[in-house]
Each structure stands twice: as structure tokens, then as C-alpha cells.
Design a protein around this ligand. Structure first.
Ligand SMILES: Cc1ncc(COP(=O)(O)O)c(CN[C@H](CF)CCC(=O)O)c1O
Length: 366
């Protein structure tokens, strides 16, 4: 039986420059023991924050002083910190379908959560006026999970909405922004923001490896002030060794060389995967959200339900997730074709066809 994974969570680690990372890690371990023997700044090591500030200014036009950057071992960790900087009664608006791990985290923190409908440009602006969230969590670069890229016009509408009330914020989760195909990259919301109301969230999980647990956020000045008042109650969740390793890896140019190479690797994988689906499924599949990121969405013309497909796939050792996994409060599986999230980063090009064929057999019982 094939052990096949279409998981959107994985990256291609075979291309990761392990020797270069190890060299950085050895330097981090031996040459910075003074930093390892203490807890240090809860925001994370200043030198790394300075390197990240330069990197996101260059890559995404994000304007940030190192003192506005906070490291965290994952996006949930950063969201937990953020909920402590905002009033308890804050109403958080999330995309529907959307990032269920943030939804679950906000629920666990007993926060008000409102789910907002999407259209083909991302979050609907009129939804903001109707549902009235205070803080909007959005993934404009590659909407998670549908893959919609938010056009500049919609970005401006969101910024206008925020600017109507100083208590409003937009959390721009830019998790998948490194990889764009056949479309030029649209400037980050944070780079267009003129009122310090965008909280920019980034991660090295997709550009490097999720196992490193290295993520960060850029806070507007007034939230950094709130953070500083509460500073003694925070502690950094990323290891100092990993932080220094990352700093050296960025400063020595390995990061940019790696992401440049991975853009080509993932572009080829995406093309091979889309071609395999079109070849095997023909008109029975509709693909969307493939213009950026490490996954796309595939809707299938079949009588089978999503649940049945996922269950059957599991018996064939095929790991794949369905759209309903990301439907936070309203299920639409009864009024749409069964839809799967297809991650291609972990598949070898020569594996694509057989893997897609195995999925075909699951869906059409041949
Ligand atoms: C929308 C979105 N924002 C950020 C991350 C990065 O999170 P972190 O590694 O903790 O920095 C992901 C990563 N996505 C998860 C792992 F791939 C998906 C989980 C699932 O589907 O349960 C994501 O989807």
C-alpha cells in the first residue's frame, strides 16, 4: 500500500541545507553561551529581531523597528500573547472557512469570536459592518484554506474599516507569502497601513521547517507599550540556540538563497501536481487557490461525501484533509462538491501521478 501524504502541513525537507544550519547551530551553541545562561528579553534576542526586521522590509515591505518584533514558538503562542495585550471583551473576527487552530485557541481563552464570510476576494468588507468585530484575523496572501489572494482594492477597504475606530486592529497572518506563482506579490497590509493598526504575523514554518517552531509578530507602537508594561509577566518560548542559529542563517545569506531555490522547487511540484489531477480526473475535478502557497483546493464531482472520502483514504494510507475541517461554525458540505486540501510540498514529482491515481480509486471506487 502507498504511504501517500497530501498534507498541507508539510514542507520539502530534502532540500533543506542541513550542513549550513548545523554550522550556524554549532556557532550559536559555542560562541554565545553568555546568552544561554540567562532568560534574556522576553521578546526574543535583539540581534535576531534586527535581522528579521531587515528581512521582512526587503521581502514584504513591512516597516518595523526590532523593538516592535516579538518571537514565539508558533502562531498559537503569539496569539496567546496578543490576547493578553488586548481588552478581554475584544471581539475577534475570523475568516469562515479559516484557521481552526486560532479559532480553538481564542475559544479556550474565552474570547468573543465572530466568523465572517468570504467572497472571491477574501473577507467581505460589508461583513465587517454587519458583524462588527474589533480585531480581524485575516490571511490575505493566500487565504487559509481556500487560497484566495486578496486584491489591493480589498486590502484598502479593510484598512479604511480599521481607520474608522482607533481600537480596531487587523492581524495580517502572512504565513504562506514566500511562494507566489504566475502572479506578482501584492504588498503586505502592514506596508499600506498608515494608522499603526496592522499586527503582522510571520513564521519560518513554511520557508524553513515547521519543526523549528520559530514564528514572530510585529506589533504597532501602542501595543508594544502595553507589552512593555506587562513585560515581567512574559517569557520567550523559542530557544536562544535556535534564535541565534536563525540569525546567523539569515545574516550569512543562506535564508534568501534557500527560499529562492524553494520557490522553483515548489513551482515545479505545483505544476506536476495540478497536471496529475487534470490528467487523472479530467472534468471531474475543479482546482482553485493554486496561485500561491504550498497547497491548493480540489473539488470533485462525485456522489461520495467528504467524510466517506477521508475515511476511505485513511484505509489506503493516504493522508489528506477536507474543507469541512476548516469550517469553524457553518458547514456547507451539503451544498457543495466534496472538497479536499491538496498539499504538494511533501510529494516527489515522480510520486504525483501514482498518488493522484490512488486518490482517484478512493473517490470513484475503481
Ligand atoms: C493560517 C496559518 N497561519 C500560520 C501557520 C503557521 O503556524 P506556526 O507553524 O505555528 O507558525 C499555519 C500553519 N498551518 C498549519 C500547519 F501547516 C495547519 C494546521 C492545520 O491544518 O491544522 C497556518 O495554516
Amino acid at each position: 500500500k502507498m504511504d501517500v501524504s497530501f498534507s498541507h502541513m508539510q514542507v520539502d525537507t530534502e532540500e533543506f541545507p542541513l550542513k549550513k544550519w548545523l554550522k550556524c547551530e554549532q556557532q550559536a551553541l559555542y560562541n554565545f553561551t553568555s546568552l544561554h545562561k540567562q532568560y534574556g528579553d522576553p521578546k526574543g534576542i535583539y540581534e535576531l529581531r534586527a535581522s528579521i526586521a531587515q528581512l521582512i522590509a526587503f521581502n514584504r515591505g513591512v516597516r518595523a523597528h526590532p523593538e516592535q518584533i516579538i518571537l514565539g514558538a508558533g502562531t498559537q503562542e503569539l496569539m496567546r500573547t496578543l490576547t493578553r495585550l488586548l481588552p478581554e471583551e475584544t471581539a475577534y473576527g475570523l475568516e469562515e472557512p479559516g484557521y481552526q487552530r486560532v479559532y480553538q485557541l481564542l475559544k479556550q481563552e474565552k474570547r468573543n469570536v465572530i466568523t465572517l464570510p468570504l467572497d472571491d476576494k477574501g473577507i467581505q468588507a460589508e461583513g465587517l459592518r454587519h458583524y462588527k468585530p474589533d480585531v480581524l484575523f485575516t490571511t490575505p496572501s493566500h487565504q487559509f484554506p481556500t487560497g484566495v489572494i486578496m486584491p489591493a482594492s480589498r486590502r484598502m477597504q479593510l484598512l479604511n474599516w480599521a481607520s474608522e475606530n482607533p481600537g480596531r486592529y487587523i492581524i495580517e497572518d502572512d504565513y504562506d507569502s514566500e511562494y507566489k506563482y504566475d502572479t506578482d506579490s501584492i504588498p503586505s497590509l502592514q506596508s499600506l497601513d498608515r494608522h499603526e493598526q496592522v499586527i503582522y504575523m510571520g513564521t519560518f514554518s513554511k520557508s524553513l521547517m515547521p519543526g523549528l517552531r520559530l514564528s514572530y509578530m510585529v506589533l504597532p507602537v501602542q501595543l508594544i507599550r502595553s507589552y512593555q508594561k506587562m513585560q515581567p509577566t512574559f517569557i520567550q518560548s523559542c530557544s536562544t540556540i535556535q534564535q541565534i542559529s536563525l540569525k546567523l542563517f539569515i545574516d550569512e545569506g543562506h535564508y534568501l538563497r534557500h527560499t529562492k531555490r524553494m520557490k522553483q522547487v515548489y513551482k515545479d511540484k505545483r505544476e506536476a501536481c495540478v497536471a496529475a489531477f487534470e490528467n487523472v480526473f479530467g472534468d471531474n475535478v475543479t482546482i482553485s487557490g493554486a496561485k500561491s502557497g504550498l497547497h491548493f483546493v480540489a473539488a470533485f464531482r462525485t456522489e461520495k461525501t467528504e467524510a466517506a472520502i477521508i475515511a476511505e483514504a485513511a484505509t489506503q494510507n493516504i493522508e489528506v484533509y477536507s474543507l469541512s475541517r476548516f469550517e469553524l461554525e457553518s458547514s456547507t458540505s451539503h451544498k457543495r462538491d466534496p472538497t479536499l486540501i491538496i498539499g504538494f510540498a511533501g510529494l516527489h514529482s515522480e510520486e504525483m501521478h501514482p498518488a493522484v491515481q490512488a486518490l482517484y480509486k478512493v473517490i470513484y471506487d475503481t
